[in-house]
Every structure is written in C-alpha cells, then in structure tokens.
Design a protein around this ligand. Structure first.
Ligand SMILES: Cc1cc2nc3c(=O)[nH]c(=O)nc-3n(C[C@H](O)[C@H](O)[C@H](O)COP(=O)(O)OP(=O)(O)OC[C@H]3O[C@@H](n4cnc5c(N)ncnc54)[C@H](O)[C@@H]3O)c2cc1C
Length: 405
C-alpha cells in the first residue's frame, strides 16, 4: 500500500477544511487535505459568505480578488407572512469592511481558496480521496487510511483534523461523545428561473402552514421548502400536481413559473437536517472542527461562517505549534475551549427558532400572526442591526493572527 506522510492531515474539503489548509499552508506548515469528490461542484451546499468571512478575506488581502468573482449582495433580510412583508435585519450598520452577505456558489468559494493555496509548495490537495478509517499508534491517532481511484493509501500525520461534515466518518471512528439536539424538519431544495421585474435578495415566505426561502442567484432562484421530518415520501405519494399546487401557493411572485419548471421529483432534492455536537472535540493526535464537531441547522444560514471561524481559531492556536512540533492533547483542547461558546449560543438560537418558530408554523393550516419579535423589528428599523450582527458576525468573531511565512 502507498504511504504518505504530512505534518497536518485534514479530511474534508468543505469550508472548514479548505480555509484551514489555506491558513496553515500560508504559514509554512506541510498540510494535506482530502476531498472525497472529484471537484467542488455540488449544488445545494449553502452559498452564503458572511461579513465575518469577508473580513477574514480582507485580513488575508484577498477581498478585492474574491469580490471580483460573480456574486450578489444581501443588505437586508425580509420575511413575508401571507402577503405582508416584514423587515428583519439590516447589515448597513455592521462594523465590518463589508456590510452585506455575499451570495456565491460554494464551489466558486472553494475553488478560489484552492487556487490561492496552490501558491504554497507545502499545500497538498488530494481529490477523489476518501478517509475511511483512523490509524492508531500507541494510543494516539496517527493518520488515516484513505481510498483513492488507484487503491488505498496510508497517510501518516502529527495531527489529523476531521472536517468531513455532518455525516463525518472520522468523528464516529474517533469514539468522541456526541449529543443530539434534534431538528423537526427537513428541506426540499429546488430551482426556479428568474424573470425581469423579480425583487432581488433573500426572501422568507410563510403561508398556510408552509415555509419557503428564496435565494437570488443571478439567473435562478435557489429555493428551500421546509417540510416536517420524514415528510418527503408522503409528498411524493400525493403526486406531482399536488406538489406543484403546494409550491404555487407559497412561491409568491415566482408561482407563474412552477408548472413549466418542476416537471418531476428528480428536480427536487431532499436534504436531511441534523443539529448535534461533540462534547469533546479532541483526542491525542486528532481534532474535529466545523460540522464534524457540531452539525448545524440551515436556520439563519450561519453554518459555513461558524465552520470558517473554527478554522481561523484552529490556525491561530495550533499553527505556531505545527511550525515546529506536534501539538499535545492539552493544546488541541484549547480549540474546543475557544469555539464551544459560540457553537452553544448559535445552536441554542437554532433549536429555539426551530421549536418555537418553525414547528408551530409547519403544524398550522392557516397563516399565523407574525411573532412579537418580527413585528418589533419591522416597526423599529434601528433594532434590525442586532439580528444582522448576530447572523453576519456571530458571537466571538475570529481574526487571522497566524502570520504568512
Ligand atoms: C439544507 C441545508 C442548507 C444549508 N444552508 C446553509 C446556508 O445557506 N448558509 C450557511 O452558512 N450554512 C448552511 N447550512 C449549513 C452548512 O452547510 C454547514 O454548516 C457547513 O457546510 C459546514 O462546513 P464544513 O466544512 O464543516 O462541512 P461540509 O460543508 O459538509 O464539508 C465537508 C466536506 O468533506 C467531504 N467529505 C465528507 N466525508 C469525507 C471523507 N470521509 N473523506 C474526504 N472527504 C470527505 C465532503 O464531500 C465535503 O466537501 C445548510 C445546511 C443544510 C443541511
């Protein structure tokens, strides 16, 4: 079997893994990232690049180049209850360089980071390489066994980082304890075309027990229909025409294009939602970050941001150590100590929003009255900066401290 050795091995080329590999390679650490797919081209992965991530780009001197890529900018968030619109968040008062959320296909974001990292000779990206198991040596995790199109590879590393997302194999293999926080819904993703005269931006719509989110993507709307957990099979059993009727009721101005666009259930993708977290993120030689450490709900669209903030903190804490030696177990635990607080706060918000906001709406047969907080934010423009700060920056924002070598 082929054997490879590297200082830091990262399993998973999502936002957490790619940002960490970039930061460590930039600081001169020999670092290898494994991505099981052959490219980053997967749809429906969440396309929000938040003000705090844009701030990280600014600190890295990459912001101008990054924003030259095609993207759209969200400066306000509104939600419609029935036909009435409510303003919820206003990003214009943020203290960050960019006072907006950039919407960009996630594969463009990941391609961009990979292209920048290629400038560093100690950066190694292995596509179509899937981490299958952990290698253990003297009670310490010493790397992974990975599958490639050319056979299995034994990859040894001083530090192995699981950034392989919410269905992480490595966190399961590590045996680290996990708590489930639960999610009462799943998401159906689909696209609808854009027509001239459509309003732009991000829209939430609530009507007759349904919840719909529409994200403007330049030439199409990326749409999410929230359904009760396990609800897709009954929807399919009802048939396509009932499903189209359901969509037309909730799609507002885009209802006119549902029939011509949704011609089969193969155009609808089910994404199951999970909210959980590890209570311990590290073992000797091993650390979990991003969704592998804490699977996030799509509520608030903050999971990518949190994953990137984990990477920045990991690079700040462990980068200087990795430049000279293997981090000790106690040093790995410092990452968890730094990042557990924002994780807890954001997951508590997501679970409360799911259980108190979304679940009652999905259980209703009529359009409910907007909750007090929605009416308050709509009536008081000044207060809209607070949800914008929470969503756009989040608690305990991270700044790049690891220097370029
Ligand atoms: C329906 C839905 C919609 C969402 N929408 C948004 C949104 O709009 N905005 C937002 O901020 N968040 C959103 N989220 C949350 C967001 O997707 C995650 O929080 C975020 O992607 C976590 O990043 P990550 O890098 O930790 O993991 P991931 O993005 O899951 O990346 C993990 C990577 O690892 C790779 N991989 C997996 N296993 C292996 C393996 N064994 N070996 C090698 N590679 C492997 C995967 O292919 C993937 O590229 C959404 C979540 C859901 C479920």
């Amino acid at each position: 079997m082929q054997q490879i050795s590297t200082t830091c091995l990262i399993a998973g080329g999502g936002p957490a893994g790619m940002m960490l590999v970039f930061l460590l390679a930039r600081a001169g650490v020999d670092v290898t990232v494994l991505e099981k797919h052959k490219d980053f081209l997967r749809d429906f992965r969440g396309d929000t690049v938040h003000p705090s991530t844009l701030e990280v780009m600014h600190e890295l001197g990459l912001l101008e180049k990054f924003l030259a890529l095609p993207h759209s900018e969200i400066r306000n968030v509104t939600i419609a209850f029935g036909d009435e619109e409510f303003a919820m968040a206003d990003f214009s008062k943020l203290s960050t360089t960019c006072k907006f959320i950039a919407l960009m296909p996630q594969w463009d974001f990941l391609d961009f980071i990979a292209a920048q990292a290629k400038a560093f000779p100690n950066f190694h990206l292995m596509m179509q390489t899937e981490a299958k198991d952990l290698l253990i040596q003297n009670g310490r995790i010493a790397g992974v066994l990975a599958k490639t199109p050319d056979g299995n590879v034994d990859i040894r590393a001083g530090l192995t980082v699981a950034a392989d997302g919410r269905t992480s194999i490595l966190r399961d293999k590590s045996g680290l304890p996990r708590i489930e926080l639960g999610a009462p819904f799943d998401v159906l993703w689909l696209s609808l075309p854009v027509k001239s005269g459509d309003p732009l931006g991000l829209q939430g719509r609530v009507k007759d027990g349904q919840l719909f989110v529409m994200i403007y993507r330049g030439d199409y709307w990326q749409c999410a229909l929230l359904i009760p957990k396990g609800g897709f099979d009954p929807i399919k059993a009802e048939g396509l025409s009932r499903f189209r009727e359901r969509l037309k009721k909730i799609a507002g101005f885009a209802a006119d294009r549902v029939d011509e666009t949704i011609t089969g259930f193969d155009q609808v993708r089910l994404l199951t939602v999970a909210v959980d977290r590890l209570t311990e993120w590290a073992r000797p030689g091993f650390l979990a970050i991003g969704d592998a450490a804490h699977a996030m709900s799509p509520v608030g669209g903050v999971g990518i941001n949190l994953a990137i903030q984990d990477s920045v903190a990991t690079a700040n804490i462990l980068g200087p150590i990795l430049q000279t030696r293997t981090p000790k177990f106690a040093e790995l635990k410092r990452v968890q100590r730094r990042r557990m607080f924002p994780t807890r706060v954001i997951q508590a918000f997501q679970v409360a929003a799911q259980n108190l906001g979304l679940a009652p709406i999905m259980g209703a047969t009529t359009t409910p009255r907007p909750p007090f907080i929605v009416r308050l934010l709509n009536a008081w423009p000044w207060a809209r900066q607070f949800p914008a700060r929470f969503l756009g920056i989040g608690p305990r924002p991270e700044h790049v401290r690891l220097q370029k070598k």
